[in-house]
Design a binder for this molecule. Structure first.
Ligand code: COA
Length: 260
């Protein structure tokens, strides 16, 4: 896959997307968002890809936000369209992928950058990372799901404080708040993400897809996540992965999941 602003590599079932605009601290402009959508869609459709990691290039930023230069002159209508299109094509899209997505936050994750990390299924961070939603300092609010996903992860009060102060928190504080799961050095960040991906990829990809759907449904209006869990649990009994997983256990051997 060839792109202008992102790099994509695939190795042993693990895909890595690197947002590659380091001179602009990997800020999300229109083309980068479109390329990310295309890449995520292609990786989701590739049955050989079992986990996706996303990070930023350079040592300074994961993503320093949406590209302010692109929307500074937008009208009310254009502003709403920007948020809707971005949410649909990237942020909601990533959250609802059936392939697990890990964000490896390697520096500033601000505004749209933190929103992208929050749309991923979970996050790890390097100890130099700084995270925040600075939008109100620009006279706008988070528009890529930040007001919804931050309270889900850190609780309403902490989210309100972060949004209202527009401040940044450290990686350690993000870990203490539940925003990231692990913190390590910058050098160890990708090895840690790869290690976690390796653990994921030992399991049934079909069951993992079902689990992502069930967990996500807990946060969707008008959908009963317990019902999703019941039906997805039932569906697992019809899969080859379930036969292999249970048979391997009873035969006291490691499973070799076919992924169907
Ligand atoms: N949109 C567009 N360009 C951005 C950007 C963004 N969100 N974040 C950084 N950049 C650009 C800067 O304009 C600068 O470009 P230039 O060299 O052509 O002038 C380049 O990236 C480097 O950023 P700079 O501000 O010089 O780095 P710094 O180390 O002094 O500061 C930050 C780093 C992250 C604190 C600062 O860049 C910043 O506050 N960025 C905006 C964060 C934000 O508000 N994001 C939410 C957007 S809704």
């Amino acid at each position: 896959m060839n792109f202008e602003n992102i790099l994509v590599t695939i190795s042993n079932g693990l895909a890595t997307i690197t947002i590659n605009r380091p001179k602009k601290l990997n800020a999300l402009n229109k083309i980068t968002i479109e390329e990310l959508h295309t890449a995520f869609e292609a990786l989701e459709d590739d049955s050989d890809v079992k986990t996706i990691m996303i990070t930023g290039s350079g040592e300074k930023a994961f993503v320093a936000g949406a590209d302010i230069s692109e929307f500074a002159h937008f009208s009310v209508k254009e502003g709403a369209e920007l948020a809707r299109k971005g949410q649909e094509s990237l942020f909601d899209f990533v959250e609802n992928l059936s392939t697990p997505v890990i964000a490896a936050v390697n520096g500033f994750a601000l505004g749209g950058g933190l929103e992208l990390a929050m749309a991923c299924h979970f996050r790890v961070a390097s100890d130099n990372a700084k995270m925040g939603l600075p939008e109100v300092s620009l006279g706008v609010i988070p528009g890529y799901g930040g007001t919804q996903r931050l309270p889900q992860l850190v609780g309403k009060g902490k989210a309100m404080e972060m949004v209202m102060t527009a401040g940044m928190i450290s990686a350690e504080e993000a870990k203490d708040s539940g925003l990231v799961n692990h913190v390590t050095t910058l050098e160890e960040l990708m090895p840690l993400a790869e290690k976690l991906a390796g653990k994921i990829m030992r399991n049934s990809s079909v069951a993992i897809s079902a689990a992502i759907k069930a967990v996500n449904d807990n946060f969707k209006d008008g959908i009963n996540g317990f019902e999703t869990e019941i039906s997805e649990f039932g569906n697992c009994f019809g899969t080859d992965d379930f036969k292999e997983g249970t048979t391997a256990f009873l035969e006291k051997r490691k499973p070799n999941f076919p992924g169907v």
